[in-house]
Design a protein around this ligand. Structure first.
Ligand code: GLU
Length: 453
């Protein structure tokens, strides 16, 4: 059988056996579609049925989460933990709380996480979890009761050497705190079973900043390879969560000007550069909508989502040199990339997971726009989670600068590995192919070493 028909066969059986998981198919197709050269060079992956095995999670857990709202009414949500692949280490990956969450979304995220975690060079397998719970508009007490109920079930499946969840969309320091507290109450053990913990109780300095900082370090590596840098560049950023905020912060450190940010309701354009203190106040402290920004900065523009030109994201219509999609999946489509191209954008660096649609990626590759895929570019978050696990296991505490230095060198090594692998497979500079193949090779070889499991 040809390599292409092997890939097609696996794709087809995935779609037949797991109907309706659109985002998962997209993630699988993107990875498998780049593996042809390594499958041709190494028939062992076919011989050992690696593709058939790697697209099926080792285990997926689905559970009912029941909690009481402030009015005394019983509410119900669905909880998930997909333990995708433990070939190179314990399952590691975040928890997402968002109304859009379903099994297909968690599986796409878990699948991506396998290769992302492999690229970091650290011993972490891939997993992901979450719930269709919507934290928006909930009181602190409601969030706490939900997190406690979620952990009552999750606690049965996690452990320091088994599965170590963390945050993702809708899960930050507050939620990690409530879940950690509940785990401790249930088991009586103070253990590093979650990352993204508070710095007073086992968390690592720089973890909060790590995904955003890492994404900017990655972009700097990409540009340096072209004898260029971020200095003096105009950047557009989407999102206003943890990834976007610390992308914006690090862009300033590197001499760039980030001019946009957004949330689910709209976007802000500030030609002077987004004011970081205002953004942190609105999003991290007050948990408000981003339109509050214009009350403080009268010259800035706010555009609500309903007024975006049909089928586009207004963030990507703002002229820029570099774009950092840092909100969510499929937030940058073909129309958006055409807008970016028209306005001279040179690089798209993904802080979010799978933010660019396949058509947008094809367009970038056909038109010479540099593309830094999320698996590589946003791996700084999970890499720093592993640094948190290391500190917990050795009972050490590293300084902010120590962790930041390690993060910076991990991002450089992820870039080098992706770049060198693209060169090895005769497509120099195709970081998507390089990242996918390099991430895959380490996991697949480990699966072969460990036998028929
Ligand atoms: N949710 C983050 C990601 O997409 C972080 C996961 C972690 O720290 O385990 O990689």
């Amino acid at each position: 059988m040809s390599v292409q028909s092997y890939i097609d066969k696996v794709m087809k059986s995935t779609m037949q056996s797991t109907p309706g998981q659109t985002e998962f198919y997209q993630a699988v197709e993107e990875v498998l579609g780049t593996l042809e050269p390594i499958l041709l060079a190494e028939p062992k992956y076919d011989n050992y049925n690696i593709l058939e095995r790697i697209v099926i999670p080792e285990r997926q857990i689905l559970f009912r989460v029941v909690w009481m709202d402030d009015a005394g009414k019983i509410q119900t949500n669905i909880g998930y933990r997909v333990q995708f692949n433990s070939a190179i280490g314990p399952y590691k990956g975040g928890l997402r709380f968002h109304p859009s969450v379903n099994l297909g979304i968690i599986k796409f995220l878990g699948f991506e996480q396998i290769f992302k975690n492999s690229l970091t060079g650290l011993s972490i397998g891939g997993g992901k979890g979450g719930s269709n719970f919507d934290p928006k508009g909930k009181s602190d007490g409601e969030i706490m009761r939900f997190c406690q109920s979620f952990m009552i079930e999750l606690s049965k499946h996690i452990g320091e050497t088994r599965d170590v969840p963390a945050g993702d969309i809708g899960v930050g320091g507050r939620e990690i705190g409530y879940m950690f507290g509940e785990y401790k109450r249930l088991t009586g053990n103070f253990e590093g079973i979650l990352t993204g913990k508070g710095v007073n109780w086992g968390g690592s300095l720089t973890r909060t900043e790590a995904t955003g900082f890492g994404s900017v370090y990655f972009a700097e590596n990409v540009l340096n390879k072209q004898d260029d840098s971020l200095k003096g560049k105009i950047a557009t950023v989407s999102g206003s969560g943890n990834v976007a905020i610390y992308t914006i912060q690090k862009l300033y450190d590197m001499g760039a000007t980030p001019v946009t940010c957004s949330d689910s309701r709209g976007m802000i354009y500030d030609k002077n550069g987004i004011d970081l203190d205002s953004l942190k106040l609105i999003k991290e402290i007050n948990r408000q909508s981003i339109d509050e920004y214009c009350l403080i900065h009268k010259h800035a523009t706010y555009l609500p989502v309903h007024s975006y030109p049909e089928g586009t994201n207004a963030v990507w219509a703002v002229p820029c040199d570099v774009a950092f999609p840092s909100a969510t999946q499929n937030e940058l489509n073909l129309e958006d990339i055409k807008n970016l191209h028209k306005n001279g954008c040179k690089l798209v660096c993904e802080g979010a997971n799978m933010p660019s649609t396949p058509e947008a990626i094809d367009y970038m590759q056909a038109n010479g726009i540099m593309y830094a895929p999320g698996k590589a570019a946003n791996a700084g978050g999970v890499a720093t989670s592993q640094l948190e696990m290391s500190q917990n296991a050795s009972m050490q505490k590293w300084t902010f600068a120590e962790v930041d230095d390690k993060l910076r060198s991990i991002m450089k090594s992820i870039f080098d590995l992706s770049y060198d692998t693209s060169k090895e497979f005769e497509d120099e500079g195709n970081l998507m192919k390089g990242a996918n193949i390099a991430g895959f090779r380490k996991v697949a070889d480990s699966m072969i070493d460990q036998g028929a499991v």
